[in-house]
Design a protein around this ligand. Sequence first.
Ligand SMILES: [Zn+2]
Ligand SMILES: [Zn+2]
Length: 117
Amino acid sequence: MTCTATPNRVRSLPVLLATEDDAEDMGLLAPDDRLTCHVHGRWIHQCAASPSHVNPVTRHRWCRGCRNELTVAVDELSGEVAMSCPRCGHGGSAATTRLVAACRASLAAERAVRFAA
Ligand SMILES: [Zn+2]
Ligand SMILES: [Zn+2]
């Protein structure tokens, strides 16, 4: 017997965007855990490279040692997402780790929508 049913409901970008806006307003969802971006209206992995997603205070996409923003590499084929400092090659932080995790999840969610369509 084979079971190919996916446990997670597939939600399109506009639906998930609205759902996450509501959940965030109600305090049920941390901004860091969103798979969609309310600023750009896109999947987070599609706009994480935007300067709006750099924050030296929280250290999202920011290398403190070099005072430099991290570059974003998204591999749509493998689903791999990486962020690193172009100067020292590192620059990781807890905030960036969370952003990378959200990007991987949004990439997977976007694929699920594409295959379901
Ligand atoms: Zn964005
Ligand atoms: Zn660096």
